[in-house]
Ligand binder design. Sequence first.
Ligand code: G3I
Length: 382
Amino acid sequence: MDILLNLSIKKPALMKIKNLLILSLAFLAACKSSVPLETEPITIKGKFANNFYLGTALSLKQINELDSIQSALIAREFNAYTAENVMKSMHIHPSKDTFNFAASDRLFDLAKKNNAVVHGHNLLWHSQLSKFFEEIKDSTEMVAALTNHIYTIAGRYKGRTLSWDVVNEAVEGDGSLRKSVFLEVMGAGYLPIVFKLAAAVDPKADLYYNDYSMTVPVKKAGVIEMVKNIQAAGAKIDGIGMQGHWHLDSPTIEEIETSILAYSALGLKVAITELDIDVLPRPKNVEGADISQKAEIDILNNPYTAGLPESLVAAQTQRYKDIFELFLKHQDKISRVTFWGVNDGDSWKNNFPAKSRTNYPLLFDRNNKPKLAYDAILSLKD
Ligand code: G3I
């Protein structure tokens, strides 16, 4: 069994073999003791076990297993975990010489207990950034700080991390490189450097670039150019994370498909890393996931506090079905599909782009009950 665990697992299929072995042993034991065996429930992680990892983002509360019903759901339905917040630099590396690993250690322990993998989010992001990075003005000092940051964090979880978002959201909507402190101090050369640092410290982990609005042509072109430059500089990059903060009507399936194909054509894996389908009106037509964009709440923006109308439930169900049909079609290119949260009540989409709205973007309702969208994707043919 340990041999299976130690293999570098590409897809969850090996975990399935291991589970089958465990099940067979349990069956033999049950026959011996004449205890009736329960049949294994159908779950989304089981449904897609031979296709791609099926993941979720976990909040601190969920990592700490404070809600036993939700903890059981997380263990049952998902086989890949991403920390929604606790591994961002302001939390995990709050000041130059302070690291806070309490929550991330618990995340890795939980994954081990539940036989799930961990995707690290993230090693470098301009947002939720520790203040001390912002104060660095010199490129040698910045390289030293990044080396310490990446070696200490990725080094701690070396061999236990499936993959990392090495760089998050470094491209602007117009395709240019984001004017972050890293670009300001080091120029575009910071990008291959951080990928090289991550590869040096954990050579087996897959290294991703992760961003939102990845289907918008001008941004896609900018990301592709950036990735080609990272590759040309001799750095290892293994994948592209398309965040998947999508709406009922946009992007179109065709736009998602051409984007998956374009990123895959770079020789990279594609992960759908932060999937949710927003069903509310878009104040000021906000797209993507730029959290600096905020809109005031008003009744027009928050119309479904008492429940989602049937027509929208049906539209979201169909939308999830279409999207997963596409994922299955391109399963050879897709490594992982991760939802950004467990149930509708947990979602960041209740607070973006306007605060305190009632949104319904995920597969489980506020009582942790599977929605029709869940049934729809379970019923898909491979
Ligand atoms: O924990 C504090 C709490 O103590 C305080 O009372 C409360 C008051 O507002 O804030 C809480 O922190 C919030 C935190 O989420 C935990 O809920 C922060 O204000 C809020 O800014 C933070 O938002 C997160 C956001 O990233 C910024 O880090 C969202 O939960 C998280 O879903 C979102 O995730 C990002 C991905 O990392 C990158 N891609 C886009 C995606 C959506 O913005």
